[in-house]
Design a protein around this ligand. Structure first.
Ligand code: PEP
Length: 241
């Protein structure tokens, strides 16, 4: 069971350091824990969490090792900083910054090739769910990642985790029912047999029920990961599931 806290564009270095030092002493139950600070706070988080089992992830990573890509960060640069995990394809990247299935696959493959673990996000919009297209959207998004892995000859990888994040549930307070999450996770796993996290308004109150579903292997938590007590409670609830 993996619980990842996606901080989005919150917590600069100072606040990240304070949070991570407190996280060291928090009761997080028996789950694997990762925090995903903004780029400028990664170094501070790595330093504060050194010697613990808590991982630090970037919120994105470019496919090139270096080059003329203003505003981007590469996998080797993250590794140099002591960061060994990256999120790719978050719906905010897909919706606001033009990320496509193709760029998500390129980012994921390059990260894996450079020795990073990857959390690749997929999920349908509200309109797509209402139109009955959830299955076809997931087949397209996850299928693109599976095809990319196949072409690169890394079809069997331990470095990849999928996060199923229905777009309509992200930051909205609306959560997929445990049954909806289970159905989507089972579909994802039928295409690509990797662990699948659920994301979308996970809170202390719903973490146990969601994490109890057989194909839910953890959670990607946004807003509720910014507060230490709420994040720690989610970790403990998931740990009991
Ligand atoms: C996320 O950012 O991945 C997310 C799921 O956000 P929230 O928990 O705030 O819905």
């Amino acid at each position: 069971m993996l619980i990842a806290g996606n901080w989005k564009m919150f917590k600069g270095p100072e606040e990240a350091g304070v949070f991570c030092r407190a996280l060291r002493d928090a009761d997080l139950g028996e789950v694997d824990v990762v925090v995903c600070p903004p780029y400028v706070s990664l170094g501070e988080a790595v330093g504060a969490l050194a010697g613990t089992e808590i991982g630090v992830a970037a919120q994105n990573v470019h496919w090139a090792a270096e080059g003329a890509f203003t505003g981007e960060i590469s996998a080797p640069m993250l590794r140099e900083l002591g960061v060994y995990v990256a999120i790719v394809g978050h719906s905010e990247r897909r919706q606001l910054f033009g990320e496509t299935d193709e760029t998500v696959v390129r980012r994921a493959l390059a990260a894996i090739e450079h020795g990073l673990h990857v959390i690749a996000c997929v999920g349908e919009t509200e309109a797509e769910r209402e139109a009955g297209e959830t299955g076809s959207v997931l087949r397209r998004q996850v299928g693109a990642i599976a095809a990319g892995l196949n072409e690169a000859g890394v079809a069997e990888t331990d470095e990849l985790v999928i996060a199923y994040e229905p777009v309509w549930a992200i930051g909205t307070g609306k959560t997929a029912t445990p049954e909806m999450a289970q159905e989507a996770h089972a579909l994802v796993k039928s295409i690509l047999n990797v662990p699948v996290l659920y994301g979308g308004s996970v809170k202390p109150e719903n973490a146990y029920e969601l994490a109890s579903q057989p194909d839910v292997d953890g959670a990607l938590v946004g807003g509720a990961s910014l507060d230490l007590e709420s994040f720690a409670t989610i970790c403990r609830e998931a740990s009991h599931s």
